[in-house]
Design a protein. Structure first.
Length: 233
């Protein structure tokens, strides 16, 4: 397993239970911009699924592009733009893991998004939703690139998540993505993006973020999922 070298990413697995749900949490991740191959970037997600995980919750720090997204806001990912120029599925396909051409029409599971919205409403948390653009990094985007992303339909931008989502869906796992907007994208504020600002804003949003994730995980308990499906009928 590749070791992350980014500040704030401990690079370890933590396993246990929360609200009766078995959980494997990955503290930090590796990124393409660190020089890792796509297969290394998604190895943690693939390992969790191989261990039995059926649901993957991906979180990230992101720059807000849409005008109503402020630092500290939480944004549920509806869909993404993979602008890294790479894919974890490039090369020979292992049919035992997943199909050669996986569909990504619902890359971010609609049922999980509904659950997240319900949890946020119950907790009186503001949860935005939008499109996440994944870029290679590590440099922050230029103002011109941010304008391009806005035209393409992106609401937030970051340097992770998209490859992991593709790998998880390839293996048949459900995916929920939540971004913490930690800064305003380049050209949209008077100050340039800064990693220290990203970490500080994430810390401020930590309590709300943890409460939302705990509620989502509790909602994934088998008994609650079965009850929710019966209610839809």
């Amino acid at each position: 397993m590749a070791q992350s070298g980014v500040a704030g990413h401990r690079g370890r697995f933590v396993m246990g239970t929360l609200a009766g749900v078995s959980v494997c949490a990955m503290q930090g991740r590796v990124h393409l911009y660190e020089g890792h191959a796509p297969s290394d970037v998604v190895r943690g997600v693939r390992a969790m699924i191989a261990l039995g995980a059926k649901t993957i919750v991906l979180t990230n720090a992101a720059g807000g592009i849409r005008k109503d997204l402020d630092p500290g806001d939480l944004m549920m990912i509806e869909d993404h733009l993979n602008l890294t120029g790479q894919s974890p599925l490039t090369g020979p396909n292992d049919d035992a893991i997943g199909p050669r051409f996986p569909a990504l029409s619902d890359a971010y599971d609609p049922e999980l998004r509904t659950l997240a919205q319900r949890v946020a409403k119950t907790q009186r948390l503001k949860l935005r939703s939008g499109i996440y653009a994944g870029l290679l990094g590590p440099a922050y985007e230029t103002p011109a690139e941010v304008r391009m992303l806005r035209v393409l339909g992106a609401d937030a931008v970051g340097m992770s998540t998209v490859l992991e989502t593709i790998a998880a869906r390839h293996m048949g796992a459900r995916v929920l993505g939540i971004s913490c907007v930690t800064n305003v994208a380049a050209g949209l504020s008077d100050t340039p993006p800064d990693h220290a600002e990203v970490q500080a804003t994430a810390k401020i949003a930590e309590k709300r973020f943890r409460a939302l994730l705990a509620g989502v995980i509790a909602g994934c308990a088998p008994a609650k999922r079965s009850k929710a499906k019966k209610g839809k009928r």
